[in-house]
Design a protein around this ligand. Structure first.
Ligand code: PLP
Length: 402
């Protein structure tokens, strides 16, 4: 028999700082699905849910590792062959002064440890607005102060460098760039990156560069520049992983490469390593797929980019012909962030769209986008017929609603 308890478990007060707005939408989606409606999911950044199969040689590598007995804990910072492959790739891309490489449960885990080892309560990191929600959740957990800088929609969603400069204060420890960007799909220009490097240099900031989408550049004439290659003399931590370009987000393999002067980074990296040792290791057999991924055939990437280009073009064409929608064309990753000229909050818009047309997109405010502007984020991973059906439904929804 279950008796009624007289006490309840109270979450820590710092959890009040952690919000994840997207969850509320998932609850509505479950309700809509339980009424028997087919939902068109334009909210999931997981290529494995769509027609992007995992390259077979990676599955072979993981299977081989399991059969060879790599099923115990691995090295806390990452397997030797994996670290060597990550280093070789980084050096080939122009990274210098590599001081450390660490592999984790997706880049998300490494990001968490790198922020945890960096920040005291009340410190801040300059984070983009709009932002990928993981960062807000981790910073909230650490009781860090929010310090968002604007990405400029008028300037192709490039970081607003003047805004960044104006927000640096005595508690600012780092600046975060997500390039290519989630949720906007923007790729940052050399000029923007050089200005950020100058600010970091002037104010002694650590640069955090999330480049998990660096291989998903849609336009061939568009160059992706790793900010670490522009700042070999500054401390930079660059995040990457297998989830997106190698189509295995469920394997939870990501990493960070730390570059810059040894004197500047030594104590900090030791602090990150302590956290990595305490959690033992990243998933061991899957670490054995890192070297085969980075050094084996890359043919799938061509196919992925071509599919993304067609789906991006379809998305741009829809935005161009649809009243009340305007959009900076995404150039990388698989996200679009159209602006909505509507007389209501974007949260209300996406909720009603979900309830009435069964299309699931995330509202701009779910990414902390600036108040008074309305946006939605589209994931254009689904096949073209699904995207066409979803875009027709959104157009119809808009034309009836306003
Ligand atoms: N960074 C960005 C910008 C992302 O969009 C994501 C996932 O969507 C991640 C990091 C986390 O990726 P993972 O933990 O799978 O490496």
């Amino acid at each position: 028999m279950i008796t009624k308890l007289s006490y309840h478990i109270t979450p820590a007060s710092r959890m009040a700082n952690v919000s994840y707005a997207i969850r509320d939408l998932a609850v509505v989606a479950d309700q809509v699905a339980s009424q028997g409606h087919k939902i068109l999911y334009l909210n999931i950044g997981d290529p494995g849910k769509f027609d992007f199969p995992t390259p077979p040689h990676l599955i072979d590598a993981a299977e081989r590792a399991m059969r060879a007995g790599f099923n115990g804990y691995g090295d806390s910072l990452g397997e030797r062959a994996a670290l060597d492959a990550i280093r070789a790739q980084a050096e080939a891309a122009g990274f210098q002064n590599i001081q450390g490489i660490m592999v984790g449960f997706g880049s998300g885990e490494v990001i968490d440890h790198c922020l945890t080892a960096l920040l005291n309560p009340g410190d801040n990191v300059l984070t983009p607005c709009p932002n990928y929600p993981l960062y807000g959740a981790v910073l909230g957990k650490l009781s860090a102060e929010p310090n968002p800088y604007f990405l400029s929609e008028e300037n192709g969603w490039q970081p607003d460098v003047e805004d960044i400069a104006a927000r640096i204060n005595s508690r600012t420890k780092a600046i975060l760039l997500i390039n290519p960007n989630n949720p906007t799909g923007a790729i940052y220009s050399r000029e923007t990156l050089e200005k950020v490097v100058e600010l970091a240099r002037r104010h002694n900031l650590l640069i955090l560069a999330d480049e998990i989408y660096d291989k998903l550049i849609i336009d061939e004439d568009c160059e992706h520049i790793s900010i670490a290659t522009l700042a070999p003399d500054l401390p930079v931590i660059t995040f990457n992983g297998l989830s997106k370009a190698y189509l295995v987000p469920g394997w939870r393999i990501g990493w960070a490469v730390a570059t810059g002067p040894a004197e500047a980074l030594g104590d900090y990296l030791e602090a990150v390593y302590k956290l990595l040792r305490a959690r033992l290791s990243a998933p061991h057999p899957f670490m054995h797929a890192i070297a085969p991924a980075l050094q084996g055939p890359q043919d799938h990437l061509k196919v992925v980019r071509e599919k993304l280009r067609r789906r991006r073009d379809l998305t741009v064409a829809w935005a161009e012909r649809t009243p009340r929608v305007s959009m900076v064309a995404p150039r990388g990753a698989f996200y679009a962030f159209p602006k909505l000229d509507i007389p209501e909050e974007d949260m209300q818009f996406v909720t009603s769209l979900l309830q009435e047309k069964h299309v699931l997109c995330v509202h701009g405010a779910g990414f902390g986008q600036r108040q008074g502007t309305q946006h939605m984020r589209i994931v254009f991973l689904p096949q073209e017929d699904v995207l066409t059906e979803a875009y027709d439904a959104i157009t119809e929804f808009i034309s009836h609603r306003y």
